[in-house]
Design a protein around this ligand. Structure first.
Ligand code: 13P
Ligand code: SF4
Length: 369
């Protein structure tokens, strides 16, 4: 089921109009007051790609892995108001207790990459792959995927990965089987496998729409099957952007997220997860210059936090992730006021059978990082 279908079937409620005209300062004061009065009953995790207007209220900020870890540890909060996107809130629901309610302030906060792989396509593709190369494949899925796909992966002996542990997880997967199916981000899969020394001609792409492999040479030699999906934010960083920086100022360090294409990663100075990018820039010498290939809310925050360095986007035309931006101050206030009244809106509840196997896939990852 696509995110749009889920939204249409979920009975989700839309933000009442009057929230759109409340002055910002008043919204901030109201959120702060409710948060104080609810205390530890409410927990707000916030992904680094969220807007500042929301991040200021987060109890903890982090990348996908950190937020999965803190969600798994928090057994106290009755309400987890997840400031991130749909797949992250599903993960939080899977990893938290039955009595805890995970809420996504706006159900339209999906992820275009996660939408590029659905469970029907995955099951059909898996069958084709088994026919082509037999029982030689272990599936790994980036956490940026639906709970149903995580569940499929768990059932078939595989695990989830995040951008900060992908290398470790691929190494583990190769101890289990000869080949890996990596969903749904071909770039993270390709960049990570390449770093592990797997040549590009030993990687094939699986096209879920045309239901066929794309590769050169011999299928028997293929060790990594990359699902044909990508992040619509990170694919906007191009070779042209890198060349422009190199020409205009050779002193600039170029650092990118591994959701960028192989070509962009290869031409950059550094590549790594959101956490890696934050740490690298934080630890850099004053006066250094950084062109950053990742989501714009984070780049803007790094620019503000490091005024002793020059930090800017690798692509001067870059926009924030539109679905991350769905979570804004009016939606956060609406969510908090609803909780204050004892109601729950936009709860993310993963089906128990799906949750059982998705948890297996997540735990295989969490016990290794
Ligand atoms: P990380 O948080 O793992 O760096 O992933 C980035 C991302 O695109 C989240 O949607
Ligand atoms: Fe999805 Fe990319 Fe947005 Fe992350 S940045 S939520 S991967 S579209």
């Amino acid at each position: 089921m696509s995110l749009l279908d889920m939204i249409q079937n979920s009975g989700q409620q839309m933000l009442p109009d009057h929230y759109k005209s409340i002055p910002v300062q008043e919204m901030e004061t109201r959120v702060r007051k409710i948060k104080e009065s609810l205390g530890s009953k409410v927990f707000i995790p916030g992904h680094h790609y969220q807007k500042d207007e929301v991040i200021q209220f987060a109890d903890v900020t982090g990348d996908s892995l950190q937020l999965a870890q803190v969600s798994a540890k928090n057994s106290k909060a009755e309400y987890i108001v997840f400031c991130g996107v749909h797949f992250m809130a599903e993960t939080a629901d899977i990893l938290t207790g039955d009595g805890q309610k995970v809420i996504l302030p706006d159900m339209r906060a999906g992820c275009s990459m996660a939408d590029m792989a659905n469970i029907d396509q995955t099951e059909r593709g898996w069958e084709e792959m088994q026919q082509a190369v037999g029982d030689t494949i272990i599936p790994l899925t980036y956490v940026n995927s639906t709970a149903a796909i995580k569940s499929f992966v768990g059932k078939n002996g595989g695990a989830t990965v995040t951008s900060s542990n992908a290398k470790k997880m691929l190494e583990w997967a190769f101890t289990q089987k000869e080949r890996i199916l990596f969903l749904p981000d071909q770039h993270l899969g390709r960049n990570t496998a390449y770093d592990l020394g797997i040549p590009l001609d030993q990687m094939a792409v699986w096209d879920p729409i045309l239901e066929r492999f794309e590769y050169d040479g011999d299928l028997d030699k293929i060790r990594v099957i990359l699902w044909k999906g990508h992040c619509s934010v990170h694919e906007n960083f191009t070779i042209g952007n890198v060349e422009d920086i190199r020409t205009s100022d050779p002193e600039v360090n170029i650092i990118v997220h591994p959701e960028c294409s192989r070509e962009v990663v290869a031409l950059s100075d550094y590549a790594g997860s959101t956490k890696y990018i934050i740490e690298k820039i934080s630890n850099a010498e004053p006066g250094t210059k950084w062109a950053v290939g990742t989501e714009m809310n984070l780049v803007n925050r790094l620019t503000k936090q490091h005024s002793d360095k020059k930090v800017f986007s690798l692509n001067p035309q870059m926009c924030p992730c539109l679905t991350m931006n769905r979570i804004d101050l009016p939606h956060l206030l609406w969510t908090m006021e609803t909780i204050e009244k004892g109601d729950v809106l936009n709860q993310i509840k993963v089906d128990s059978e799906i949750s059982k196997w998705a948890k297996v896939a997540l735990e295989r990852m969490l016990e290794r990082v």
